[in-house]
Design a protein around this ligand. Structure first.
Ligand code: GDP
Ligand code: MG
Length: 163
């Protein structure tokens, strides 16, 4: 049940000064941060994260827009650990479209645009954060972004009080 998941604060999240706020929300529920760094990636690397799979699911045009978005500035990449961490982080993040994301979620509280608006602008939806969608993606993404030595094992107080 203890899972690891990959989270990235996208360029808009970094530029809007939301890094502390986002980390606070994940820490608040007792999730454990086990790796973190700032990176400014190029399109070649971005293609490894946003693979052909995203083109199949959302369309090639969305993949192209995403590659521009994720490379437009530095991002904060993180590995988080906890019970059902993949689903719990997705719950805190909220759904893909900010317009539909409920208040209380990161996307619902800090963004509001719609698919229709972003598509008309020919821009990726700027929704401040990425989080792995499932176990397969989490494994692939953690391995892509972090070396084993960059991920740490330690005890938090939550292991005594929450878990
Ligand atoms: P996520 O897992 O909730 O981030 O959603 P996906 O993995 O399906 O899509 C990756 C990212 O592509 C989203 O977070 C958005 O930034 C962007 N995106 C997805 N679908 C669309 C779309 O239909 N239009 C636009 N403009 N951007 C999209
Ligand atoms: Mg996704």
């Amino acid at each position: 049940m203890i899972e690891r998941t990959f989270v990235a604060i996208k360029p808009d999240g970094v530029q809007r000064g939301l890094v502390g706020e986002i980390i606070k929300r994940l820490e608040n529920v007792g999730l454990k941060i086990i790796g973190m760094k700032m990176m400014w990636i190029d399109k070649e690397f971005a293609k490894k994260h946003y693979t052909e799979d995203i083109a199949k699911r959302r369309g090639e045009h969305v993949r192209e827009m995403l590659l521009d978005y994720i490379t437009e500035g530095p991002i904060i990449v993180m590995a988080w650990e906890g019970i059902h961490a993949i689903d719990v982080v997705r719950k805190l993040v909220g759904p893909t479209e900010p317009k539909s994301a409920l208040p209380g979620t990161i996307r619902g509280d800090f963004t509001h645009v719609s698919f229709t608006h972003a598509d008309a602008q020919k821009k990726s939806i700027k929704n401040v954060i990425h989080a792995s969608g499932d176990g397969k993606d989490a494994k692939y993404e953690l391995n892509l972004w972090f070396s084993p030595l960059e991920l740490h094992t330690y005890r938090t107080v939550h292991e005594a009080h929450v878990m």
